[in-house]
Design a protein around this ligand. Structure first.
Ligand code: B3K
Ligand code: ZN
Length: 853
C-alpha cells in the first residue's frame, strides 16, 4: 500500500479549467441518492490537457459532454476526461449512500435529516468536481425527496421554485447568484421546527432570518436568532459590511464534526451552538452561541465574498474571522475577560501545538490531510497576527485596509499576502518584516532584562527574541513584535504606556527622567503571541496586580504569582524540603476577593487558578507527579487562607441573577470544596435550589474534585433529570470523564454502554473521550499508561468511523516531549500501535508519523 503523500504550497498552480455554473439535481432516497451535476466548463489558457476531476467514495453512473457519452478514465480518486473542447457542458451522474456515511463529510444523515459538510474537501464525496477553493461557480440546486419525511428542502441562495410531485414527493429549486467555491455548497432536507424573524440592513433591504431546529426545540432557538441580529448590525457598524442575500438560514444538527459551517446563506450548526434556555444551558454556552453565530455570519464577507486561493491560505479567512468574532464579543461584553479567554487558548493549547510534532506556521507549507489544519495555530494564532496588525496600524488605518481589501478582491480567491498588501497599501505602514509571522512556526521567546541607573535616572529594558526550531524549519529570523509596556511608579501611578516596535534579535529601550526605579508590566494585553521570560519578583507582581492600568495585566500577574509558587514547590519536593507559600501571595489573592473595584468576572478568572495543563505549557519539561502535588498544595493554601472570604462571597452572591456573579460564586464554591468535604452540603443546597444550568453545573463541578456520596447522589439526580437532553448529558459525561480518581477509566469505559453515549456522535465522543484525554491531566497521564492505552483503543475504533474526530482527540497523545522518559515511551508505544492498524486514515497517519519522526 502506498503511503499518503503531502501537498506543498510551493507547487500551487492555477486551475487548468474553470467551472462557471453548475446545476445540481439531487434525488434523495434511502441507500441510493442520485446526483446529476451539469457544469459549464471553460478551458483556461492554451493547453491540451485532459480535465481532471476529483471524487471520493462515489459510484459513477455516467459522464456526458454536450449531451453525448464522454471518453474518460477512472483512477484512484480521479476522473480524467478526454476532450479537445474549450468550452462545454459536462454532465456527471453519481450515486451515494448518505445513510452509510459516518465520517460526516459530504452528504450524510443526522438524526433522520440529510445535511452536508463540504469544507475542506467534502464536495468530492457528492460529485466529481474541481474541488478546490479557487474554482468559483454559480450554483442552481434542485432537491427532490419524500414530502412527509423531509418537508424542508434547503440549499444556498434564494428559493426560485418549489412544488409537489406525484407519489408523495416534492421538490425545491435554489439559486445562489454569488459565485462560490464548492466548499461553501450546502444542502439540508428534513423536518424541523422553524423560528423566523427579519432584519433590515443599513441600505434598507429586508432579510428573512430562519433558524431550523429539531422538533420540540423551538423555544431554545431565540438566543441564536438574537445573536444573529446582533452580528448583522455589529458588522455594519464596526466593519461597514452589509448582508447581501434576501435570506439567511441556520440549521442546527446533532451530528457535526465541528462547531458550525458558514455555507453561503445556509449555515449548518452543531446544536451545541444553537440550542439554549436558562434551564439547560450555562452562561458560557450562551456566550459560545453568540460568538459562533457571529463567527459564521462574519465569514459571509471574510471567507465567502473573498475566499482562499488554496487551503494553505486558510488563515486568510479563519484568522481574520476569529479576530472579528473576538472583537464582536469584546464590543458586546467585557473586553478584558474576552481577551483573557483568548490568551488562555493561546497559552494552553496553541503554545502546545507550536512546541509539538504538528507545529506549523499560520500559513502551512505542506499538508497531508487538510482537515488536520483547522488548528489553534491557523485560527487563534492567525487571529493574534491580525490583532498585531491592528495594533500596529490602529483601528482607523486597519479599517481602511479592510476597505481596500474588499475593493480589490471582492468575488476572488486570494492569498494571505494579498491581505497584508491591502493593509500595507492603505496604511503606508511597512509590513515587510511582519510577514514572517505567516511563514515561521514556533513560539518566539522574548527574554527581558531591566537596568536602572539611579544617578542618571535612566531605566533600560533589553529585549532579546529567539524562535526555537520546529520540525519544519530550524533557522528563524527576528520578527516584528509589537511589545506593549506600562511603567508604574512605586505609588501605583502610571508613568509610561506604549507599544514598542521590537524588530531586532536584541534591542535596548531607554526611558529617561525616572527618579525611581519603575515597575514594568510587560507584554500587556498579550500584545504578541510570544513567551515572555522575565524574572518578576513577588513584590513586582503584587504591585502589578494592584496598580496596573490593564485588567488583563492584573490577571497575568496573578497567573505568574501562582505559577512561580508551584514551580518553587516542585523544586522543594525534588530536594525533599517542606512546601511553602509566601504570605504575600495569599494576601494578593485575598485582596482580589475583598476588592471593591474589580469586575466579578475578572475576579472569577483570577481565582480560577492556573490549570495543570497551563502550567505544563510554561516549561519545556515537567515532573508531572510533583506538579500534581505542588499545584494541589498551592491551591489548598490559597483556599484555606481565604476560607472566610470565600464563604462570605458564596453567601453574598447566592441569589444574584447575573452571569459574572454566578461565575465568581461558582469558582469560590470550588475552592471551598478543596478545603473541606463538608462544604458539599453547600454545593448540594445550591444544586437543589438552582434556577439555571450555570448554578446546577457549578455545584456539580465543585463536587467533582473527588468522589463522595453527595457527588454520586447529585450526579444520579442530574442524570435522571436530563436523560432526554443530549447536550446536557454531554456535560454529565464531561464530569465523569474529568473526575480525578483512580477509578475514572473504568467509569468511562462503562459509560460506553450508556444511552447517553455513542461513538457515532462527535459531541458525545468529545465529551467523554476527548474531555478525559485533554482535561483529566493526571488520570490521562497515569504512570501505568492506562490512560494512554484507553485513548488508543478509542482512536482505533474511531479511525474507520470518523477519521476527523479520531485525529482531533489524539492531540494529547502526540504532545509527549515534555514528559519523563517512562511516559514518553508508553505514549510512543501506543502511537506505534495506531500506526500498525490496517486502513489507517490519512488524518491519523499524518499526526502519528509526525509524532514518531
Ligand atoms: N469553516 C468551518 C470549519 C470547517 C472545518 C472542516 N474540517 C467553520 C468555521 O471556521 O467557521
Ligand atoms: Zn471560521
Amino acid at each position: 500500500m502506498s503511503q499518503p503523500q503531502a501537498k506543498f504550497l510551493k507547487d500551487y498552480q492555477k486551475p487548468k479549467f474553470q467551472i462557471s455554473h453548475i446545476d445540481l439535481d439531487f434525488t434523495l432516497a434511502e441507500k441510493l441518492t442520485q446526483v446529476v451535476a451539469t457544469s459549464k466548463v471553460i478551458r483556461q489558457g492554451n493547453h491540451n490537457d485532459s480535465l481532471v476531476l476529483v471524487g471520493d467514495e462515489l459510484t459513477l453512473l455516467s459522464v456526458k459532454i454536450n449531451g453525448a457519452a464522454a471518453e474518460y478514465n477512472q483512477l484512484a480518486g480521479e476522473l480524467v476526461i478526454e476532450t479537445s473542447l474549450d468550452d462545454f457542458e459536462l454532465q456527471i451522474v453519481t450515486q451515494l449512500d448518505p445513510e452509510a456515511n459516518s465520517s460526516l463529510e459530504g452528504l450524510y444523515m443526522s438524526d433522520g435529516a440529510y445535511c452536508t459538510q463540504c469544507e475542506a474537501e467534502g464536495f468530492r464525496r457528492i460529485t466529481y468536481f474541481l474541488d478546490r477553493p479557487d474554482v468559483l461557480a454559480v450554483y442552481t440546486v434542485r432537491i427532490e425527496a419524500d414530502k412527509q419525511a423531509f418537508p424542508y428542502l434547503l440549499s444556498n441562495g434564494n428559493l426560485i421554485e418549489s412544488g409537489e410531485l406525484d407519489t408523495g414527493l416534492h421538490f425545491a429549486k435554489w439559486h445562489d447568484p454569488f459565485p462560490k467555491p464548492a466548499y461553501l455548497f450546502a444542502l439540508v432536507a428534513g423536518d424541523f421546527d422553524l423560528l423566523e424573524d427579519k432584519f433590515t440592513t443599513c441600505s434598507n433591504r429586508q432579510v428573512k432570518l430562519q433558524v431550523f431546529v429539531d422538533k420540540g426545540n423551538l423555544s431554545k432557538a431565540h438566543h441564536a436568532m438574537a445573536s444573529l441580529k446582533k452580528s448583522m448590525s455589529w458588522d455594519e457598524s464596526r466593519f461597514n459590511l452589509e448582508y447581501d442575500l434576501d435570506i439567511y438560514m441556520i440549521v442546527a444538527v446533532d451530528f457535526f464534526n465541528m462547531g458550525a459551517m458558514e455555507n453561503k446563506g445556509l449555515n449548518v450548526f452543531n446544536t451545541k451552538f444553537v440550542l439554549a434556555d436558562k434551564a439547560s444551558a450555562t452562561d458560557d454556552d450562551y456566550h459560545g452561541i453568540e460568538s459562533v453565530v457571529g463567527h459564521e455570519y462574519f465569514h459571509n464577507w471574510t471567507g465567502n465574498r473573498v475566499t482562499c486561493r488554496d487551503w494553505f491560505q486558510l488563515s486568510l479567512k479563519e484568522g481574520l474571522t476569529v479576530f472579528r468574532d473576538q472583537e464582536f464579543s469584546s464590543d458586546l461584553g467585557s473586553r478584558a475577560v474576552n481577551r483573557i479567554h483568548a490568551i488562555k487558548v493561546m497559552k494552553n493549547q496553541q503554545f502546545a501545538e507550536d512546541s509539538g510534532p504538528m507545529a506549523h506556521p499560520i500559513r502551512p507549507e505542506s499538508v497531508i490531510e487538510m482537515n488536520n489544519f483547522y488548528t489553534v495555530t491557523v485560527y487563534n494564532k492567525g487571529a493574534e497576527v491580525i490583532r498585531m496588525m491592528h495594533t500596529l496600524l490602529g483601528e482607523a488605518a486597519f479599517q481602511q485596509g479592510m476597505k481596500l481589501y474588499f475593493e480589490r478582491h471582492d468575488g476572488q480567491a486570494v492569498t494571505c499576502d494579498d491581505f497584508v498588501a491591502a493593509m500595507e497599501d492603505a496604511s503606508k505602514v511597512d509590513l515587510t518584516q511582519f510577514r514572517r509571522w505567516y511563514s515561521q512556526a514556533g513560539t518566539p521567546q522574548v527574554d527581558v532584562e531591566e537596568h536602572y541607573d539611579e544617578q542618571a535616572n535612566v531605566y533600560q529594558l533589553t529585549l532579546s527574541q529567539m524562535t526555537p526550531a520546529t520540525p519544519d524549519k530550524t533557522e528563524k529570523l527576528p520578527l516584528h513584535i509589537p511589545f506593549d509596556v506600562e511603567l508604574v511608579d512605586v505609588d501605583g501611578q502610571s508613568i509610561f504606556n506604549k507599544v514598542l516596535d521590537f524588530t531586532e534579535a536584541k534591542q535596548v529601550f531607554t526611558f529617561e527622567g525616572l527618579k525611581q526605579k519603575p515597575i514594568a508590566s510587560l507584554l500587556q494585553n498579550f500584545s504578541a503571541p510570544v513567551k515572555l521570560n522575565f524574572n518578576y519578583s513577588v513584590e513586582q507582581l503584587v504591585h502589578i496586580m494592584r496598580f496596573a492600568n490593564s485588567e488583563v495585566a492584573k490577571w497575568e500577574a496573578s497567573v505568574s504569582l501562582f505559577s512561580q509558587s508551584v514551580w518553587q514547590n516542585i523544586d522543594k519536593l525534588q530536594s525533599k524540603q517542606a512546601m511553602y507559600i509566601d504570605p504575600r501571595i495569599l494576601d494578593a489573592f485575598k485582596g482580589v476577593i475583598l476588592s471593591q473595584e474589580l469586575d466579578r468576572a475578572l475576579m472569577a478568572e483570577i481565582l480560577s487558578l492556573t490549570s495543570a495543563n497551563a502550567l505544563i505549557e510554561q516549561k519545556s519539561s515537567v515532573d508531572l507527579d510533583n506538579l500534581a502535588l505542588a499545584r494541589e498544595f498551592v491551591v489548598l493554601e490559597i483556599a484555606s487562607g481565604c476560607e472566610d472570604e470565600l464563604l462570605a462571597m458564596v453567601r453574598e452572591l447566592q441569589n444574584v441573577d447575573e452571569a459574572s456573579s454566578r461565575a465568581l460564586k461558582n469558582v469560590c464554591l470550588s475552592l471551598l470544596l478543596k478545603i473541606e468535604k463538608s462544604y458539599g452540603t453547600l454545593a448540594k443546597a445550591q444544586f437543589e435550589s438552582a434556577q439555571n444550568m450555570t448554578d446546577s453545573l457549578g455545584a456539580l463541578t465543585a463536587l467533582n474534585c473527588e468522589s463522595s456520596a453527595i457527588r454520586d447522589e447529585l450526579m444520579a439526580k442530574f442524570e435522571s433529570q436530563w436523560a432526554k437532553t443530549p447536550l446536557v448529558m454531554d456535560k454529565w459525561l464531561v464530569l465523569h470523564a474529568t473526575l480525578n480518581s483512580g477509578d475514572c477509566i473504568n467509569t468511562v469505559l462503562s459509560l460506553f454502554q450508556h444511552d447517553a453515549f455513542s461513538f457515532h456522535n462527535p459531541n458525545r465522543v468529545r465529551s467523554l473521550i476527548g474531555a478525559f484525554a485533554a482535561g483529566n491531566t493526571f488520570e490521562f497521564h497515569r504512570n501505568d499508561g492506562a490512560g494512554y492505552s484507553f485513548l488508543t483503543d478509542a482512536i482505533i475504533k474511531l479511525n474507520i468511523l470518523n477519521p476527523q474526530v479520531a485525529a482531533r482527540i489524539i492531540t494529547p497523545l502526540i504532545q509527549f516531549k515534555k514528559f519523563d522518559l517512562h511516559r514518553q515511551e508508553l505514549m510512543k508505544n501506543e502511537l506505534q500501535r495506531i500506526l500498525a492498524i490496517e486502513g489507517l486514515s490519512k488524518d491519523l497517519y499524518e499526526k502519528v508519523t509526525k509524532a514518531l519522526a
